[in-house]
Structure formats: C-alpha cells, structure tokens
Design a protein around this ligand. Sequence first.
Ligand code: PLP
Length: 399
Amino acid sequence: MPRTLASRLSAIKPSATLAISDRAAALRAQGVDVISFSLGEPDFPTPLNIREAAKAAIDQGHTRYTRVRGVAPLLAAIADDASRRRGVPFSPAEVVVSVGAKHSLYNLAIALLERGDEVIIPAPYWVSYPEQTLLLGAVPKIVETREEDGFRLSPEALEAAIGPKTKAVILCTPSNPTGSAYDRASLEALAAVLRRHDVWVIVDEIYSQLVYDGFEQVSLAAVAPDLRDRLVIVDGASKAYAMTGWRIGWMLGPPALADACEMVQSQATSNPSAIAQQAALAALKGDRADMAAMVAEFAARRRLMVEGLSALPGIRCRMPEGAFYAFPSVHGLLGKKAGGHVLEDDLAVSAFLLEQARCAVVPGTAFGAPGYVRLSYATSQAQIREGLSRIAAAIATLT
Ligand SMILES: Cc1ncc(COP(=O)(O)O)c(C=O)c1O
C-alpha cells in the first residue's frame, strides 16, 4: 500500500481566511503596521466572573472526565437559557456540549450525512459548512441570496433547491459573513416551505445575542414549533461571552439526534474541557453586564464602520442586523487600475487593500460571494477610523 493521505482530503481546502492573515502576519513581521479587519472573534477579554469560576473549578477538582455531552448543571443551564431566550421550552435531553460550535456542527455532519446526500447552504456562507459537508462525502448545494433581500434565503430559492437527495438545510442568523439576520416574517416563509419537505434543518445561532438597534432576534424553534423533531439549533459561548479560546459550543436538537451526536463525540474527543464547562456555566448563570457593554460597543462600531464604508466611492454597504461583520460590495472598484494592474475581482481588491492601505480584509469569494469583502469590526473605534481613512486614501489612487 502506498503511504498516501486519505483521498477525502482532496475534496476540502484549508480556511481561506488564513491566507490573508498569513500575508498580514508576514507584513507585520517586517515591521509594517497592518490593521486587521479579518478577525472572527471579540477583541474583549473573557469577563472576570467567568475567569474566576474557571480558576475555582481547578481548585474544586473539576479536573476529571465528565459525561461526554457535558455536566448536568451545564446541560440544565443551557436548556434554561435557550428556553428563556427563544421563548419555547428546551430540555437537557436535547443538549450536547462540544469543543466549540464548529465541533457541534461536525458531530451533526457525521451523525446525519451519507455519501451523495445534498446539504442546502445559502451563500454567502460560513466557510466550514461546505467543507465539513465535503469531508463526509456529501454535496454542498449552494444557493445564492441577494443583497437586495438582505442576503436572506428566499422561500422560492429554498423550494427550488430542495430535491430528492436533500438531507439538510443550514441557516446562519445573524450571519457570518454578512451580519444579516432573519426576521420573524422571513422565518415563517421558510418554515412554510420546510413543512412540505422532510429534511433536517440546522440553524446556527451563535451570534444570536449580538444584535443591534432593537432588532428582534427570533428563532425558528419559536416560529415553527411543529418542526422541532427535525430542527437543530447550534449555539455556544465563543462569541457572546468572548470565550473563543475556551472551546465550548452546543447543539439543541431532538433527543435521539442528541444521543447520536454524543455517541459520535464519545469516539472522538469525549467531553469538552471540564474546566471550560464550569466557566461556561458561570457565563450562563452570571450577570450579563459585560456582555451588554460589549454589545453596546459593537453597536457603535457597526455604525462607524458601515457609514464610513458607505461614504467611499465604489463601495456599497448594507447595515447588518447583528454579528460583528460588515459585508460591503466592491463591485464599483472592479476594473479600476492600481498602478499598472487592473483590480479584477474581490481577491485583487483585498490584496490591494492589504498592500496599499495596510488593512486586512477577507475576500467575499472565500464565502461564496465574489464581488464583496468582509470587514470585522471586532477592533477599536480608533483602529476603524484609521483603517477607513487609509482605505479612502488607497481608493483615491485608483485610476
Ligand atoms: C457562524 C459561525 N458558526 C460557528 C462558529 C464556531 O464557533 P466556535 O468557536 O464555538 O467553534 C463560528 C466562528 O467563527 C461562526 O462564525
């Protein structure tokens, strides 16, 4: 037997966002001051009460294996939190805690997907949905959404995409990369389509606590309780509690599916860190003043970023409802010349912004949305102001 790698690896690629961060890191190593708008995590420290709970957990002996799906108090706290925030009851039997929401999604992919199954993924999408699907030998069925529709999947497009091989639909609200979120009416319209087809529905709500201007975040679980036997909600501690490094995420789904995901996890990682579980418990039980302050700061930055971008020639940016990303169209810059060469696509625009404005942004192509770029505003208002003025100066040099 030749010593080869598994052929399934040829189906997937490493996170495209890493290419830009590698180039940005290389520039920084040369002493260039690069502003990063490419981060996918809050720039705030994990709140003190959570850090203290983790320290105490070590001394209290939370240092051993736990039940694979997580300790009982955490399962109960997640079910309570989900019931309160989503307005419909959830029970601990529906919860599996994993090593981040990405791991929850991967458990689901293993538990649900057969070779050749189709998974409907609206574009722009978070990069791991199609890649995890491909790793399992299943087929991502990418469905375009329109900026005019707020990048929300339309019921007509969903209906047209569902076929005999469709196994699951993945929605993300609020979305990475667009920041768009589904309101009640758009979820009701999608639910009407989903009722007619027996497919799994996975809704990634990891940004559900990061919404602005009074946007009413609604869950499909509340809009369509009749779909609960095939609906999975994915959520976690990473974004809302500034806990990306702790690696705690979870799924909420029908008990039989939760049991299946726990079984998958039992053969891969076993339980997520016992200490991080105690930290997540403190996050869910604790006072949310730090989160409220973080959300208020994100709201101010969102306005600064989106209004600043919208004022630039060749750039158009919708005001997103949530998350911490702006997703402007750069179609108006395409065809322009930077020095000798033409900006042909969003990849060229991103490279141009990195070289000329010393700002790292992520090309929309990475998310299945050519002609756009993603800017994270998980960075200070001072950095956003400075970055915007550098981008303005760089654009002014285009001919
Ligand atoms: C839409 C979305 N889902 C899931 C995740 C994964 O989060 P976690 O850190 O909990 O694995 C991310 C992180 O970038 C995300 O943007």
